[in-house]
Design a protein around this ligand. Sequence first.
Ligand code: NAP
Length: 306
Amino acid sequence: MIYQKVALIGLGLIAGSMAHAMREGGLAGRITGYARSQDTRDVAREIGLCEVCDSMAEAVADADLIVLAVPVGAMGPVMAEIAPHLAPGATVTDVGSVKQSVIDAVAPHIPEGVHFIPGHPLAGTEHSGPRSGFASLFRNRWWLLTPLPETDPAALDRLGRLVRGMGAKTDMMEAGHHDLVLAVTSHAPHLIAYTMVGVADHLRRVSGEEVIQYSAAGFRDFTRIAASDPTMWRDVFLHNKEATLDILGRFTEELFVLQRAIRMGDGQHLHDYFTRTRAIRRGIIEAGQDTEAPDFGRIAGASAAS
Ligand code: NAP
């Protein structure tokens, strides 16, 4: 057992998966949880996700680890509310997809004697809510920790052991660098998927059902990504604004170059470009972050970085 009592604030995909994984690994003595709506708390109780509390104060009382697993925009207000109820020596971590803005919002509310270690599991699916979690979500996925200069090494080591106990691999990164890397690997791709599905939806209004009926693998994968939780992703873009806009600017430039190659019939350019991008895919497979299987290897329950 690594922590006596872990409190999960927010009971969705990530917190739910943590509850399953911690239980499976015997990593926590007790697991308590809180979600803001009665509906979510009722479902979590019904499926026995954890000891569900009706207030955040009750959930975090005497907890030695508190996990903020709410949308990025809710992290600051949630932290302000739980701060007076935290036990001395406790560790607060978060699982938000953006790091610098979460640090800016959360760190000022951390009481003296409480550790704060921001984190981000690069694992997710397009599903949300308390029923969507599963124990193997983090297996063989990266879990990035973005400690602050004053972070206590013993507290960091302990959280790292919990994360690895859930099957993930840990790495450390500076928060601003994290946000730029994730803008490239996750945030901009999500926005592009949302846009592509939006374009198809517009076309569907013109051409009836055809887009859905004849959807091919590429488009289907876009629709999977574009089905991701609207609140979570609204907050990601609002809180990783600069990095996402930077990457989208570069994306637009590249798109213009490819558009021009198509217009000019420059097959050599297209072929060279696609040869380079194919190598990236091979690198991801070699790094063990996806498989060669059809449909991008996403069998039911498989995870993708978010
Ligand atoms: P989720 O399934 O939508 O669950 C979010 C939970 O937060 C729900 O229990 C919700 O309660 C609660 N919540 C929402 N707004 C709140 C507020 N203002 N105050 C208190 N509780 C609130 O979300 P998730 O996918 O687990 O994501 C949680 C965090 O993990 C986000 O910060 C996200 O960026 C990050 N993350 C997500 C993924 C992914 O792929 N999904 C991957 C890595 C990291 P109600 O149900 O009662 O509204």
